[in-house]
Design a protein around this ligand. Structure first.
Ligand code: ADP
Ligand code: MG
Length: 206
């Protein structure tokens, strides 16, 4: 896959750059990022397509480190958080509810317990795994996004942010797992606590 120079960077993550090119978005991973994780991300996207959670389709390219995606028009919700914090947090709450109500029967999204020990030390495993097991027995599982924050929710540009009306798209489903919803809320708490301390107070309130 070659680009003719007209591509534009529209997003940046730790492992990939997202480019706009002839009406599609392309996620361009670093060479060092394992190709099997990219294949897993494509499989996850198919599962969320099927569950009705995100209509953005992923397509193969001739380079396993580049995913072609339907373009989501608009901006990250992050851009509106300082202008309209209450509406932004209300939309975040709406997005969580939307994900958690999805039909999870026959989904290929794996249970949290089956992958949670990945890259943990033995000590961490002995702390984390029993908590997952206990809460998974106590509460019903559903699809959890597990990376829900303002950079992974896209809204139309220049639209007035009315949380109960606006069209929005949740992206970046790599971490999605089947688990009780408390894990999704807790994960977002940890993300805010680490990267946006000022958001924590608001988040607790909502
Ligand atoms: N299909 C898409 N259409 C438009 N923009 C996108 C699309 N996918 C990702 N982006 C932009 O690129 C950013 C990073 O993409 P994302 O999939 O969230 O990668 P990461 O895993 O690095 O967070 C997003 O926050 C968004 O702004
Ligand atoms: Mg992201």
């Amino acid at each position: 896959m070659t680009f003719d120079g007209s591509q534009k960077v529209i997003g940046k993550g730790a492992q990939a750059e997202v480019l706009l090119y002839y009406g599609f978005a392309y996620k361009f991973y670093k060479e060092s990022y394992p190709a099997e994780w990219i294949a897993f991300e494509k499989k996850q996207q198919q599962a969320v397509n099927k569950a009705g959670l995100c209509s953005v389709k992923y397509y193969d390219t001739d380079n396993p480190h580049i995913i072609k995606m339907d373009l989501v028009e608009g901006d990250q919700l992050e851009k509106s958080v300082f202008k309209a914090p209450e509406q932004a947090f209300a939309l975040l709450a709406r997005a969580f509810r939307f994900v958690h109500q999805a039909d999870a029967s026959n989904t290929s999204i794996p249970p949290l317990a089956s992958t949670a020990d990945f890259m943990l030390t033995d000590e961490e495993k002995s702390q984390v795994l029993p908590v997952i097991e206990r809460l998974s027995q106590k509460y019903k599982s559903c699809i959890c996004h597990l990376d829900m924050h303002f950079l992974n929710i896209m809204i139309p540009s220049d639209a007035e942010l009315l949380a109960d009306k606006i069209n929005y798209t949740i992206i970046d489903w790599m971490n999605a797992r089947l688990a009780p919803p408390v894990f999704d809320y807790a994960r977002t708490y940890v993300i805010f606590d680490e990267f946006a301390k000022e958001a924590v107070g608001f988040y607790k309130f909502f």
